[in-house]
Design a protein around this ligand. Structure first.
Ligand code: ATP
Ligand code: MG
Length: 365
């Protein structure tokens, strides 16, 4: 019996299922999954199971094309065993929808980082996966997007009209915070310039720890809407940001069990505790990455850019939660504060994350 929401989902993905060679009347289960897009799980009478996604919001057509292009790039190149993503079963451009092989995850990378004793082996494995992506050979130069990502904002009109009207009050608060801060704007402009001028590789562009699935043996990366030829330091920084973000969330959730209210001073103290517990994980990720990636990808300024992107990821996290809560919380302000420090002082902040003593040669040893 398929419920009302399931029926609605099926209506939307009917052409997609047809592109897959399936019919709606073969479906036995259809359950929506929460996300930015219209997502769901669909099971057919013969047991076949897929994850479906109909893109909504800004630039859906471009995001659809990029998602498809990832699988095309992998198909053309010899990707190697470390690069794993759910197989694309069908894509239907007119309805901006996608169907993927269903992956049964043991846990997500986000859950794994939040464990009391996060396993450095898993973090290292994630580093290898990201390195495998950056090592993907581009066989067809037309099969990959080369446009500049929308974020971080750069240039005199950092925030487009579209972004402005698409933002919640909480996000606008955060934007105001960014726009009034000239050293931060200068550092972001510099970062975007450096990323454009440096060596570019296939890159995910929107890595989040909850978008990495861990099975017993493998790590699957999901959600390729921002896949393009980009700065590899961006993905590395995003992952380091994710490690810290999930450690900090964990610390704050634990603390709120024992106290009714947390003030800003508490949040700052938890920030430094989370940095301490993140450091060995950040180092493990970096080791895994360096083990697998070619030396010429990691240029002299790579760590600096990665640290800036670490900072940007914290901003991005606080902007995203503005979407859901409408107001900027103490946690979000702490993320933005630490994020700012890392972006503006990326040359010093590498040491805080424990990346300073891991030079190119030492790491491969
Ligand atoms: N192939 C898959 N197999 C099983 N579950 C999946 C698969 N792909 C995605 N999911 C689940 O659905 C969630 C949302 O997927 P995805 O990130 O692609 O969509 P989204 O609309 O961008 O959602 P979000 O806003 O959470 O990023 C994932 O975090 C994961 O839990
Ligand atoms: Mg997603």
């Amino acid at each position: 019996m398929i419920g009302e929401n399931g029926q609605r989902l099926l209506e939307r993905v009917r052409p997609l299922l047809e592109a897959m060679g399936r019919r709606v009347d073969e479906v036995t289960e259809a359950s929506p999954i929460i996300g930015r897009n219209l997502n769901g799980e669909i099971v057919f009478g013969d047991g076949d199971r897929v994850f479906v996604k109909q893109l909504g919001g800004m630039a859906a057509g471009e995001r659809h094309a990029r998602s498809v292009s990832f699988h095309e790039c992998v198909r053309l190149a010899d990707a190697g065993a470390d690069l794993r993503a759910p197989a694309l079963r069908a894509a239907h451009a007119p309805s901006v929808s996608l169907a993927y092989e269903w992956v049964d995850a043991r846990s997500t990378f986000a859950q794994s980082i939040r464990e009391v004793e996060a396993e450095t082996d898993e973090v290292r494995r994630a580093g290898r996966c990201v390195a495998a992506l950056h090592s993907l050979e581009v066989i067809d130069p037309d099969a990959i997007d080369r446009s500049r990502p929308m974020f971080p904002p750069a240039g005199p009109n950092a925030m487009s009209r579209e972004t402005f009207y698409g933002s919640t009050m909480g996000q606008l608060d955060m934007w105001r915070f960014i726009q009034r801060d000239q050293p931060l704007l200068d550092a972001l402009n510099l970062l975007v310039d450096r990323s454009r001028d440096g060596r570019r590789t296939p890159a995910h562009g929107d890595l989040r720890a909850d978008q990495i699935f861990l099975t017993a043996e493998e790590a699957f990366m999901l959600d390729w809407e921002e896949f393009r030829l980009g700065d590899p330091a961006r993905d590395v920084g995003a992952m380091l940001g994710e490690v810290f973000y999930h450690r900090l969330r964990r610390t704050i959730v634990d603390a709120s069990m024992h106290a009714d209210e947390l003030d800003d001073a508490d949040v700052v103290r938890f920030g430094s505790e989370a940095i301490d517990t993140s450091r060995p994980l950040a180092q493990a990720f970096w080791r895994g990455y360096r083990d697998r990636v070619a030396d010429d990808i990691v240029d002299a300024a790579f760590v600096d850019r990665a640290v800036s992107y670490f900072g940007w990821q914290l901003f991005d996290r606080s902007l995203a939660s503005g979407t859901y809560f409408g107001r900027v919380s103490a946690l979000d302000r702490a993320l933005a504060g630490i994020g700012r420090e890392a972006i503006v002082g990326s040359d010093r902040y590498g040491a805080v994350l424990g990346l300073d003593d891991l030079s190119t040669q030492e790491v491969t040893a």
